[in-house]
Design a protein around this ligand. Structure first.
Ligand code: CA
Length: 223
């Protein structure tokens, strides 16, 4: 009887320890060999900054809108505007978010290619246009709506945007983004990298700041 009680206590303890260990592994930020390439990607801020924040995002994803409107402004004010870090955005097309996911990604690739100076204005306007009740049934990111947003924020004419969307002119760019998604095992949006470190909780701004500080310090130590 006594033995059975002791065994039960031991088993319960071991299960508890395994759960804790498992949670720690899941919560740890993952470090890769290098940072996601910014080649051909929208880049905001100092090109020569040694720290790059990369977002894998989807204009149709509600959490990405939330991240862009809550975390991103702090990041911009605290680091990007001070030339300490730069920021890159990779499209993560998710069919579960409806056809508008790909269409908005294609529109953004066109804006970056044809009017890069207007890209970030367009980017913020596009997230702002995402309604609270975004569903597949209630698709807002239609070619007409994307053309409205593009015409209001960039030099690209609406007819040109709509014909490019029809022809999927910028789908090669999305293939590049897909290869980064595979390479860095990105499975949700928004996913945030600080250089080669994948942040486990993208809304934890303190964690992002801590990782940026480490990356900035690591480089000054190497000098
Ligand atoms: Ca891209």
């Amino acid at each position: 009887m006594k033995f059975a009680v002791i065994m039960t206590v031991v088993v319960v303890f071991l299960i508890g320890a395994l759960v804790v260990l498992n949670n720690q592994t899941q919560n740890a930020s993952q470090t890769f060999d290098d940072k996601p390439s910014t080649e051909g990607q929208p880049l905001l801020g100092n090109k020569d900054a040694t720290v790059t924040i990369t977002e894998f995002g989807d204009y149709k994803c509600p959490s990405c809108k939330q991240w862009t409107e809550t975390v991103f402004p702090d990041l911009k004010k605290d680091y990007i505007d001070k030339d300490q870090v730069n920021f890159s955005y990779i499209n993560f097309v998710n069919e579960q978010h409806g056809r508008g996911s790909e269409l908005s990604a294609l529109a953004s690739e066109q804006v970056w290619k044809e009017d890069p100076a207007s890209f970030w204005k367009f980017h913020e306007a596009l997230y702002k246009a995402q309604p609270d009740n975004d569903t597949m049934e209630n698709e807002w990111a239609t070619p007409a709506k994307l053309a409205d947003i593009t015409e209001a924020n960039t030099k690209i004419k609406r007819d040109k945007l709509i014909s490019s969307l029809n022809d999927k002119t910028f789908s090669e760019q999305l293939k590049t983004d897909n290869s980064l998604i595979s390479k860095y095992s990105v499975d949700s949006t928004p996913t945030i990298f600080v250089n080669d470190v994948k942040i486990d909780k993208p809304f934890d701004y303190d964690k992002i700041k801590e990782t940026i500080a480490k990356e900035l310090k690591g480089q000054s130590d190497e000098k």
